[in-house]
Design a protein around this ligand. Structure first.
Ligand code: PLP
Length: 420
């Protein structure tokens, strides 16, 4: 059987099996998370190129076959029905999707609005946050996403505030990350707002958001949370984080088609974010006036339910366990190699699927770029070189549900051979 036929038959088999499966018991979830046959079926739900082992899912998550098929049907549907659909029925579909997303996050429907990506959501929040007065300060960290750092820096000119950048410790620990923010808050008593990144795109580090947000709140400091990499990668209780302003995307770890993000503003905080360019008047409390996307990819939006179905059928706890185990598979293979530095702590509270490494002493971006190319060209393994980590650059590894344990083993073997 050729690869395509195998994929199609297993995908069909798995789709039927998954569609008929009742909600799983915890014991069943744990069994499945460790069951290689189960993951083989899930892997077969993805049609990925044979040209390369793709360990760079952090850019975005490719769609599974059922989601791709739903998307293709939706592209066809939207194209066929055009403005007739969008003007008359899209609003209902949109509201139903928002309702489902709100239910999943445990928030109100009128606290969410779709965007085209996390960048758009976070730019609206950072730029629109209107509680800053000249002379106040705001804080962000070196591991925050580049364009969010720029957006924060822009507030110096736009809101006349002092913008403070802190460097997060490397190696990081649960305690020293919290301590770094505590120190920054102590050093900047005029701080009114901080940007936190739930999962760093540079190292995969999970920030202890709950603890830092509580600390900030106790001092009257607001948190804007960049959740571009967290929702869908691991299981967490969104409500318990205690954050009022959040930007997500759905095209990384939820697996929807490219071009869908989400903005959350807690209902009683809506007036603290300006309506976009005066839209709807300053006192209106409709979250949908806090962003203006222009024309969206309607077919991508209509595909959100299919992506949620797919992932809910697997179960977020299972997804998290699988991503962690793929991560541990390659990390365990190199952890005793004295020439390798793992840049993400081994504390399970601080990582999920993504982890970065560098070869000891190789801190320049150029060296890491060359290593990325070597892994690609000589070993057929695709990763990405990452710059601007405190002690230098590194290589980010982000596996996904289409990867196997063998993929992770091949990476570890390649690193060990390169350093031998
Ligand atoms: C931490 C982080 N924030 C924000 C973004 C931007 O996400 P989007 O591409 O959805 O705008 C990314 C994308 O890689 C990211 O890694």
């Amino acid at each position: 059987m050729n690869r395509r036929k195998f994929l199609q038959s297993s995908a069909a088999m798995a789709t039927v099996a998954m569609a008929n499966r009742p909600l799983m018991s915890l014991a069943e979830e744990i069994r499945l998370a460790n069951d290689e046959n189960f993951w083989k079926i899930i892997r077969a739900q993805y049609e990925v190129t044979d040209d390369i082992i793709n360990l760079e899912a952090g850019y975005w998550g490719i769609m599974s076959i059922p989601v791709t098929q739903a998307y293709m049907r939706n592209v066809h549907f939207v194209n066929q029905n055009s403005s007739y659909y969008v003007r008359r029925k899209y609003g209902q579909d949109y509201n139903a999707i928002i309702k489902r997303l709100a239910l999943k996050l445990g928030v109100r429907e009128d606290e969410l609005v779709l965007t085209r990506n996390a960048t758009e959501a976070l730019q609206s929040l950072i730029n629109g946050y209107n509680k800053l007065k000249p002379g106040d300060s705001i804080i962000y960290a070196d591991l925050d996403y580049g364009s969010m750092q720029s957006e924060m820096r822009y507030l110096e000119k736009y809101r006349k505030v002092t913008v403070v950048k802190i460097n997060l410790p490397e190696p990081a620990s649960y305690e020293n990350i919290i301590a770094a923010y505590e120190q920054a808050l102590n050093d900047n008593p005029k701080c009114k707002m901080i940007l936190l990144t739930h999962v760093s795109n540079r190292t995969g580090l999970i920030t202890p958001v709950k603890e830092i947000a509580a600390m900030a709140k106790a001092r009257g400091v607001d948190v804007i949370l960049d959740a571009a990499h967290s929702w869908g990668q691991f299981d967490f209780d969104f409500q318990s984080l205690g954050v009022d302003f959040v930007g997500f995307n759905l095209h990384k770890w939820i697996g929807v088609p490219l071009g869908v993000g989400l903005l959350y503003i807690r209902k009683d905080r809506i007036l603290d974010i300006d309506p976009l360019r005066g839209e709807g008047g300053p006192d209106n409390d409709n979250v949908r006036t806090r962003v203006h996307t222009g024309t969206m990819n309607f077919a991508a939006v209509r595909t959100i339910p299919a992506a949620l179905d797919f992932r809910e059928n697997i179960g977020i706890k299972n997804i998290e366990k699988r991503l962690r185990s793929l991560r541990n598979q390659w990390v365990d293979g190199v952890i005793d190699n004295k020439k390798v530095e793992i840049l993400t702590p081994q504390d399970p509270r601080m990582y999920a699927g993504i982890t970065s490494f560098r070869l000891k002493g190789k801190t320049s971006y150029e060296e890491n770029h060359a290593l990325m190319n070597k892994l690609t060209d000589d070993y057929g393994i695709f990763t990405v070189a990452i710059r601007d980590i405190y002690n230098g650059a590194g290589i980010r590894v982000s596996p996904s549900l289409y990867n196997s344990r063998e993929d992770a083993d091949k990476l570890a073997a390649a690193i060990n051979q390169i350093t031998s």
